[in-house]
Ligand binder design. Sequence first.
Ligand SMILES: *Cc1c(COP(=O)(O)O)cnc(C)c1O
Length: 399
Amino acid sequence: MPQPFDQVIQSQLNELKEQGLYRKMRILGGEQQPRSAIDGHQVINLSSNNYLGLTTRPELKEAAKAAIDKYGVGTGAVRTIIGTMDIHEELERKLAAFKHTEATLVLQSGFTANAAVLGSTLGDSDLVISDELNHASIIDGVRLTKAARKVYKHNDMSDLERVLEETKSGNYRTILIVTDGVFSMDGDIAPLPRISELAKHYGAVTMVDDAHASGVLGAHGSGTVHHFGLDKEWDVSVGTLSKAIGAIGGYAACSQALRELMEHRARPFLFSTSHPPSVTATCLAALDLLQSAEGQELIDRLWDNTRFFKSGLAALGFNTGISETPITPVIVGEGARAMQFSDRLFASGVFAQGIAFPTVARDKGRVRTIVTATHTRQDLEEALNIFEHVGREMSLIGA
Ligand SMILES: *Cc1c(COP(=O)(O)O)cnc(C)c1O
């Protein structure tokens, strides 16, 4: 007889508790803001992906409301049956212009966008080569395929070259190299120019997941590919509408032909309902904003805040790792210590998520901070004071 289901569940929960990995979700009591009510406390919020503050932007809220009045609250079907509205197609055209690609295809989330691209393009005679620190949605997307897989050391181009060299003896239909654009735990950027060069040399296809770069890097936030001037060379980018864009959704930016193939093959596209019109209209308004002077100002402010906060943390003596983006880790070592640091920061008025093994290496426990364009200087100065105070108390920095 199999075991009683309740016991199977409970023993796994107990295991998580024994390993110190069990956690309680923090609850937001209102809007996602630079200062938010979290678990009933008003704190400076350094943990959202709301890079440009668009989740509460008035013109986006208005666009969502107007779309509800015109189109209703849902689409009532998957895209390929009768769930594609004119605004869905309009968003895809605008996204293609934003990403400087021939076409885009929008999916329900960034997570499903990876599943869509990988699942539609890879079969049993293909190989995928993946950075060891790639996002879980890439890893799961790959698992949905029958392709062979190889992993290269994080951002290590000689290791990628070594893996590519090995492929010479294989007889693959497609070799696809996939990487995050900006890595979500360390905030470092993938070396796309070198990846592109190597891909050309070995006949490989290039794919980047730009979830943390969309709306952040490149002119008007168009992402890492444009940032590096690779529009003409790069094959596929995945982006999210859930982070800087402020709503929800994901997309693949690619050739028209790949879009058409995904329309026929991508399982999240074929078998899951399309976005409600309010989401699509919100994203359209967000893209209009991003491409305006005001949008560029928001991005500039995001980077000003990033430089200010990152240099402030470093000046206090914290280890902020190798970040090049608004994601700044404060690395403290042991996971339990990182969790304790996060809790004490919270009690003093700052929410910065603690992150431990297995999400990061055992000795690289950290709190992760993300500043946004809408944090004021005063928010950030106050946060730095709190980091200093708690950091000294815990002997993470010198007195
Ligand atoms: C957040 C994230 C995703 C998932 O995007 P959603 O739109 O939230 O599903 C995918 N890839 C990376 C690298 C991410 O950081």
